[in-house]
Design a protein around this ligand. Sequence first.
Ligand SMILES: Cc1cc2nc3c(=O)[nH]c(=O)nc-3n(C[C@H](O)[C@H](O)[C@H](O)COP(=O)(O)O)c2cc1C
Length: 181
Amino acid sequence: MTVARRLNKSDAPKNITQDEKIMNENDFIVSKTDTKGFITYGNKIFVDMSGYSKDEIIGANHNLIRHPDMPKAAFWLAWHLIQEKKEFFGFVKNLRKCGGYYWVYAYITADLDDKGNIRGYTSFRRKPSRSAIETLTPIYKLLKDAEIKDGVEASKQTLFDYLAQNNISYEELVVNLQAGV
Ligand SMILES: Cc1cc2nc3c(=O)[nH]c(=O)nc-3n(C[C@H](O)[C@H](O)[C@H](O)COP(=O)(O)O)c2cc1C
């Protein structure tokens, strides 16, 4: 029996385009992973938005749909929080199989067993507000530029500096952006 190799970001398209697919107003994208970020479940909307088939998606690493514009600091923050059994809210630009992209407003949290141990993670995503994306795109670019120039620690510091200068927590920033405040 041959075991299919799990897809990951090295299998992602190299022909990245500016084709954006916009989420429908009332849709939810849902996926679940094991403790290492390998996908164990994806709903039909996730399959449709990512452009992969269900067979390709299940078992793949979630980084298959990682968009190169996304700063590493965002994923560092997500994993830092969810491994502590806290909630992560954030805006994520995802890479589709065709090379296009879609933005989501994501929520990720740990799934616990009855002893309180983490047995995996679940993410729900809704359509992000357009103004949030417009505000965040240059901020993510700043973080990405810092990452390329000086590494991920410098990029994280750029995020902390931005929050301090604006006297706002990360959670407040994200919730306000989605609410259009
Ligand atoms: C439940 C769950 C959902 C995730 N959803 C996404 C996602 O939609 N897009 C994404 O790029 N990363 C997502 N991630 C984060 C990935 O696991 C990974 O950290 C990220 O793609 C960066 O990968 P890399 O560090 O290998 O470059 C998710 C992680 C979990 C646990």
